[in-house]
Design a protein around this ligand. Structure first.
Ligand SMILES: [Fe+2]
Length: 475
């Protein structure tokens, strides 16, 4: 159900179909005002679509006079809006409880403490006053009981100071929300390949939980799946078309509406920017925000691009400007014209602002362009004058894509990546002429930057590197 007040005519935020119709769901009710003798319990069923032809309902009620179970951790801990001086810790419990986070330099030295006395099942604790690029161990609990942490697995690193050149390691997945063996294989391959390397940040490109982005689907596709990464690495998401419920999506994620992590204040969770080291990350909403050049998102992006002095600019949103995979960016009626809108309206502004790299999902494949500039039409208008560097970008191949420093970087080329291959692959012609490589393979992307170098790799679900390229910044 959506958040907020539920009335008799409130529609469900997702539908139940197939084998799910036979599943029973356990709901524990606490502090229920039952009395001795006869009690009346009313139950409502809400449909997503009032025209649905069927409905099914069975109820079993089990009473107990036992002392109810402990608070119970249902979800998390997971990390949001990591900055150089703060971190938000989120988790969910079965029973309402107060929220306590203890943190410190070692698992047995958790000297810092933040406590929120108000009881809730959704826990959200902001830790402030931290040192940059520093490891903090932590535990979460309700004041009486530690629910997780206080061990070597529960820690995070704060971000480096904005503009610092130190190494950055990011993991990027798109359309990963199948909650099946494919998504698990992509995740396991990454965990194995990264080894002991800490993942500084993690981008999700939307369609994070199929089929409708319900809270239950998020539990399976995100919280149950990425078990080792969630407690250690801040997760930044953009909204896909399968995140149908804004309430669920924005209820799960915290976004930097107030430029907490750098950039220009967006005032909305739908689009935002943040700095990590010498990279400026920009998240746009291609699904449910005004995509016109007179809209607030466009105005904000213009201001944000003008304000940044970072070495690299990396943008991400869900609907790709160029794709010939399971979606076709040439078809105006594909995905409500969102791919066309983002290409025609936002690419000229981003390229003028010196964007280096764009990640999108939506098409369930991997497509990666040459270093290109100025392609805003359909694929049959693409020509050689739009290719800034027609090499493969590989240090051991044709050489890296070299770009001037950002203040001289307007319209010097960007690489466009579709990485909607995190949970399923769905074929397509895979013949967009802007692409150096198009693959119908499950996988994820690793981005690493240090100094003037940024390296990008496609890691397939078996752990093989199937593509790589480098962008360097000169004088
Ligand atoms: Fe999508």
């Amino acid at each position: 159900m959506p958040a907020g007040v539920v009335r008799f005519n409130t529609r469900a935020s997702g539908k139940v179909g197939g084998s799910e119709e036979n599943q029973f769901h356990l709901h524990e009710l606490f502090d229920v005002p039952l009395r001795t003798g006869r009690n009346l319990i009313a139950v409502e069923i809400h449909q997503e679509n009032p025209g649905s032809s069927d409905i099914r309902f069975d109820l079993k009620l089990t009473g107990s006079d036992q002392k109810l179970s402990q608070v119970g951790l249902v979800r998390g801990p997971y990390l949001q809006v990591g900055t150089a001086s703060s971190m938000i810790l989120r988790w969910r419990t079965r029973r309402p409880s107060s929220s306590v986070v203890r943190y410190g330099a070692a698992p047995d030295q958790l000297k810092g403490k933040v406590e929120i006395e108000e009881k809730s099942i959704e826990h959200e604790v902001l830790i402030k006053g931290l040192k940059s690029r520093t490891r903090y161990f932590y535990s979460i609990g309700d004041g009486e009981e530690v629910l997780a942490g206080g061990d070597s697995d529960h820690f995070f690193f704060t971000s480096p100071q904005s503009g610092s050149n130190g190494p950055v390691h990011a993991w990027i997945i798109g359309d990963s929300g199948t909650a099946n063996a494919n998504a698990k294989a992509v995740y396991n391959a990454y965990i194995k390949v990264k080894g002991d390397r800490y993942t500084d940040l993690w981008l999700m490109l939307g369609d994070n939980a199929y089929n409708s982005g319900t809270d239950k689907e998020y539990q399976r596709a995100v919280f149950d799946l990425y078990d080792n990464l969630l407690p250690q690495t801040p997760l930044w998401s953009t909204r896909g078309n399968h995140e149908r419920s804004a309430e669920v999506y924005y209820g799960i994620f915290n976004m930097p509406t107030d430029a907490q992590a750098g950039g220009v204040k967006s005032g909305t969770e739908a689009y935002y920017s943040f700095d990590y080291g010498n990279i400026h990350f920009i998240c746009l909403d291609s699904y449910d925000t005004d995509r016109s050049a007179s809209g607030d998102m466009f105005k904000w992006l213009k201001a944000d691009l003008e304000a940044t002095a970072q070495t690299f600019i990396v943008a991400y949103w869900h609907h790709p400007p160029y794709t010939k995979g399971s979606h076709d960016s040439d078809r105006d009626n594909d995905s409500g014209g969102r791919m066309r809108d983002m290409r025609e309206t936002f690419l000229p502004l981003l390229e003028k602002g010196g964007v280096d790299l764009l990640f999108a999902g939506h098409s369930h494949c991997y497509e990666r362009s040459y270093l290109i500039n100025g392609h805003y039409g359909k694929s049959d208008t693409f020509n050689n004058s739009m290719i800034v560097n027609k090499g493969d970008g590989k240090p051991r191949g044709d050489g890296p894509y070299e770009k001037p420093s950002p203040d001289k970087g307007a319209n010097k080329g960007a690489v466009y990546i579709v990485a909607g291959n995190g949970g399923k692959i769905s074929g397509g012609k895979l013949n967009h002429p802007a692409m150096y490589l198009s693959l119908n393979e499950l996988g994820s992307v690793i981005l690493e930057a240090e100094g003037n170098c940024m390296d990008v790799r496609l890691l397939d679900y078996r752990g093989q590197v199937r593509d790589n390229f480098r962008i360097t910044k000169g004088d």
